[in-house]
Design a protein. Structure first.
Length: 140
């Protein structure tokens, strides 16, 4: 009537527990955010992965971060809201853009790192669907 606990049974139970834990922890990680305004970024005509582009709007004497995205191998990115809380559908307006390496070994002009000094501007209109930026990174 009672089953005997054997090493074989303990191993089976251990394997089941490990599989359950893997399944639970696999679904607990951050999920990719999709659905934001998409764009492509080229540096000197070439697509580069791992470049973060951030968009700011000027408010009085300061700049407010509106969103950001990080390029894939093909230069495409999708915008997300600050702190990556969700996708960003970019509203019409004028934006100051910054770029910085998120791992890619590229040289980026110092002026492009801050919205106060960046010359990368985006005038986004209601009819626009895709951000298309080709930035000259060579020193002036």
């Amino acid at each position: 009537m009672y089953s005997t606990v054997t090493i074989s049974n303990i191993r089976k139970i251990a394997v089941c527990l490990v599989l359950m834990m893997v399944t639970v922890f696999q679904s607990c990680g951050p999920q990719p955010i999709s659905g934001g305004t998409e764009g492509v970024l080229r540096l000197d005509g070439q697509t580069v992965s791992e470049i973060q582009i951030s968009l700011y709007q000027k408010e009085g004497g300061s700049f407010r971060l509106c969103g950001f995205g990080t390029t894939r191998d093909d230069g495409w990115f999708a915008l997300v809201q600050p702190k990556a809380v969700g996708p960003l559908s970019l509203p019409p307006g004028e934006y100051h853009c910054t770029i910085e390496s998120a791992g890619a070994p590229v040289r980026i002009r110092k002026e492009f790192l801050k919205p106060e000094t960046s010359t990368i501007m985006l005038n986004w209109e209601p009819k626009d669907r895709v951000i298309d930026l080709d930035i000259n990174t060579q020193s002036k």
